[in-house]
Design a protein around this ligand. Structure first.
Ligand code: F6P
Length: 364
């Protein structure tokens, strides 16, 4: 696309939903590409919240404030939020109000020609609805440590989260061996077990529990006995946060404001293992550590490729698309397909077969 046909655009970029490593690398790449086209880039603060404020909260982005250091930083320089659906916005008096027109107004106030939204399925559903209602062009860049977005092999942030979980297992293994303990590591993943599965394989776990595969304590205990019988004095167990109790309930914590988040299944499983095997058991809940670190090289690479492609889509006038990773490269797909297709762990996937081939137990 020549600079002449695309010159003079002003595009917005925002990060929405939970943060993860690699968001800044997407922003940096998009700014580089857009600058190459001779465009202006505006970073909107805190997801769609920035468009609700008056004056609209934004920061001009250009090559002087988007440098190489930014690609290495975790989090998002723009800020983000995973609450406040503009179509049912929680007001101070406890009511819900449709504030979508204010957001659309904020977009037009900035004089934007298109918007890049970096988010997950929830954010995309909202951004898509806003774009349809407001008649503005939008493209999406997938990010989530959970890697549960459909239509892309990988989302920004997943690789780093797995690396952090593997590092945790690397650190737990020697202390487990020293004390002859069973170490249970609870990892994130909301409703999909991708992080647990990948980290369990790469981190040498004996047991991996994921929400997609029902388990029994007897099978887990049998695996731990098998490990003992082989002469090894410790075991590593990885549990995805969305794994249910034997009674079939998810374990969640009540947060301030009444919201709930997964957390605590590790303690539940740890206790059950201790009861069933007599093993000394310790539990580590990894939590937000998985989101916060420097992005891995692969996340930086994917984020950079996504940022460039998102800008190219705008240059080509292709909207309502999500950039995606497929077969060693970047493609784009209808954003509605990505929203509609949730991707949990497939039971016949290569990684499940790999885990079984390595004699990792799913407790089934
Ligand atoms: O979706 C990403 C994620 O980190 C999940 O893995 C986790 O369940 C959730 O977000 C935590 O949300 P919050 O940051 O609101 O505590």
């Amino acid at each position: 696309m020549s600079a002449t046909t695309t010159a003079g655009k002003r595009i917005g970029i925002l990060t929405s939903g939970g943060d993860c490593a690699g968001l800044n690398a997407v922003i940096r790449a998009a700014v580089h590409r857009a600058t190459g086209y001779g465009w202006e880039v505006v970073g909107i603060r805190e997801g769609t919240q920035g468009l609700l404020h008056r004056p609209v909260q934004y920061v001009p982005l250009n090559l002087s404030n988007v440098d190489g250091a930014m690609m290495r930083q975790g989090g998002t320089v723009l800020g983000t939020t995973n609450r406040g659906d503009p179509f049912a916005y929680p007001m101070a008096d406890g009511t819900l109000k449709d504030r979508s027109d204010e957001i659309i107004g904020g977009y037009h106030e900035l004089g934007l020609d298109a918007l890049i939204g970096i988010g997950g399925d929830g954010s995309f559903a909202i951004l898509h609805k806003l774009a349809q209602k407001g008649g503005f062009p939008m493209v999406g860049v997938p990010k989530t440590i959970d890697n549960d977005l459909g239509m892309t092999e990988v989302s920004v942030g997943y690789d780093t989260a797995v690396a952090v979980a593997v590092e945790a297992l690397d650190r737990l293994q020697p202390t487990a061996a020293s004390h002859q303990r069973v170490m249970v590591l609870e990892v994130m993943g909301r409703d999909a077990g991708h992080i647990a599965l990948a980290a369990g394989i790469a981190g040498g776990a004996d047991v991996v529990l994921i929400p997609e595969i029902p388990y029994s304590i007897e099978r887990i205990a049998a695996k731990i006995q098998e490990v003992r019988a082989s002469g090894r004095n410790f075991a590593l167990v990885v549990v995805s946060e969305a794994v249910k109790t034997l009674e079939g309930t998810g374990v969640k914590k009540l947060l301030q404001g009444g919201e709930k988040r997964y957390g605590g299944i590790g303690d539940y499983i740890g206790e059950k293992i201790a009861d069933a095997t007599g093993a000394e058991t310790r539990v580590t809940v990894l939590g937000h550590v998985q989101r916060g670190s420097m992005p891995s090289p692969r996340d930086r690479l994917i984020a950079s490729a996504f940022g460039v492609h998102a800008v190219d889509l705008i240059a080509e006038g292709k909207f309502d698309r999500m950039v995606a990773w497929s077969n060693r490269g970047v493609i784009d797909v209808p954003i509605t397909d990505a929203i509609a297709r949730y991707s949990c762990v497939e039971l016949d996937s290569a990684l499940v077969r790999t885990a079984r081939g390595l004699n990792i137990s799913f407790g089934d």
